[in-house]
Design a protein around this ligand. Structure first.
Ligand code: GLC
Length: 444
């Protein structure tokens, strides 16, 4: 199997071959990698948290000064308003749990260089340089672990505020590495020291890198960084944004059209159009739209990392709370079709999303709309033991048509779902098969 490398598609592991411009994963079975990735593959839903000084004015995280919409100086002034007065990490963690997520990933430091913890590297952090005057990361990690969720730390490799970093804004670069190699070495040392602090203090289950596109793997010393983190915890998982040294692919905003090549992947997605809190951004997707995007990830065997952007005082905007609760209602009702599921069957067999249970003996069929007649599934060779509506229990009758005794074709399976058994968002029907799923081959 081979992968194309890009910002969003790579996943590699120990025992795999890393190349700077392309990544090749050997076909060899790698039980160590598979077992380290198991919780992630089963988790399906994670919550992303973008929290930083940008929530004060409610402007784009880091990009607003990078793109010149505000001066760097004025951008930094927001730190004086980052108070976390109503920050209740235990409530955050409960809500995240309630949504049905199994992990949370928080921005420990975005491209603006503001750290949420009490880093010893410089003083641009929540303790020494914000109204909050305290470490807001530690209580979050504790609360998340208390809810038995996995902890992911987002960390931007680039730091546009650091004097030792090459890039400042889209218009202004500070220096070229070839001109000032020592300055760059200082920067690499600084970011790796921060990672050591995070590794030692929080031992995260997952590292979510970002900002790698500004430098090559060699410049970031990506292999060294990977080894460093695995040194803290050999089971920790790294996302793809470490210039080829990650474990899973990270598409952003756009649901993939077809199943990505990478065995593990996660779509990160905003609820409105912003990662961080923005007062003016009311362009929220509905719970229905988000659940359907989630289902789209599930059918292709991926995860969804759904973002929230808390306000500067630490409260989570009401719209976001409501979405998390709506996700929670739906995920808890349909958990058997979600967690630990495998990608479903190709759309040629059923014109909609499906997942398969781990043992491949149950096919979960997702209905995004009210059916106007029976649901049809083509090419399914198995006998049906039972069809039932998930989270509701209703047993459904079925028929098989177009199956004359002389034909090898499996016929078409039909079943009706009564309106009374429909979910208000997406209904799920379980088809319990007589064994592992067997499908007619797709051929002309
Ligand atoms: C992008 C952006 C960043 C955001 C991230 C989340 O790479 O740089 O602002 O945090 O995506 O995936």
């Amino acid at each position: 199997m081979s992968f194309k490398r890009g910002k969003d598609l790579i996943g590699l592991c120990v025992g795999c071959i890393f190349l700077s411009s392309s990544v090749v994963r050997s076909q060899e079975v790698n039980p160590e990698f598979d077992s380290k990735m198991e919780w992630f593959g089963d988790a399906k839903l994670g919550i992303f948290i973008h929290w930083g000084i940008y929530a004060v004015n409610g402007i784009d995280e880091s990009w607003s000064f990078y793109n010149g919409y505000i001066s760097h100086e004025d951008y930094l002034k927001q730190a004086a308003g980052f108070g976390a007065e109503n920050y209740k990490p235990k409530e955050w963690a409960k809500l995240i749990k309630e949504s049905g997520a199994n992990y949370a990933v928080i921005t420990t430091r975005h491209h603006d260089g503001f750290s949420l913890w009490n880093t010893k590297q410089g003083n641009f952090n929540a303790v020494q340089h914000s109204k909050a005057k305290r470490d807001v990361l530690t209580p979050f990690v504790k609360a998340i672990r208390k809810e038995k969720l996995k902890v992911g730390l987002y960390y931007s490799l680039s730091d546009w505020s650091s004097d030792d970093y090459t890039d400042f804004t889209a218009e202004e670069k500070r220096y070229k590495i070839s001109d000032e190699p020592n300055r760059w070495n200082r920067f690499v040392n600084y970011y790796q020291e921060q990672l050591k602090e995070l590794g030692a203090q929080y031992n995260p289950d997952l590292w979510w890198f970002d900002g790698d596109w500004e430098h090559t793997a060699e410049e970031w010393r990506a292999k060294e960084t990977r080894d460093l983190l695995l040194g803290f915890n050999q089971n920790t998982i790294l996302n793809s944004r470490l210039q080829g040294y990650g474990d899973y692919a990270t598409p952003e905003q756009g649901v993939p059209m077809v199943k990505p090549d990478s065995p593990f992947w996660e779509l990160c997605l905003t609820m409105n159009d912003s990662w961080g809190f923005q007062h003016n951004d009311k362009n929220y997707k509905t719970a229905n739209q988000l659940i359907r995007m989630f289902v789209d990830c599930l059918r292709m065997g991926g995860n969804l990392l759904l973002d929230i952007g808390p306000k500067a005082d630490g409260t989570i905007p009401e719209e976001q709370v409501n979405i998390l609760k709506a996700m929670g209602r739906w995920t808890s009702k349909h958990k058997e079709a979600i967690y630990g599921s495998n990608a479903g069957i190709p759309l040629d067999y059923y014109y909609g999303p499906t997942t398969l249970s781990k043992d491949k003996k149950t096919l979960y069929v997702f209905l995004e709309h009210k059916p106007n007649g029976p649901i049809a599934i083509k090419g399914l060779k198995n006998k049906i033991n039972r069809i039932r509506v998930v989270g509701n229990g209703t047993k459904l009758a079925h028929q098989v048509h177009n199956k004359p005794y002389w034909s090898q074709k499996p016929g078409i399976l039909y079943f009706e779902v009564p309106e009374s058994a429909l979910d208000e968002e997406v209904t799920v029907v379980a088809l319990q098969l007589d064994g592992e799923i067997e499908l007619e081959e797709l051929k002309k």
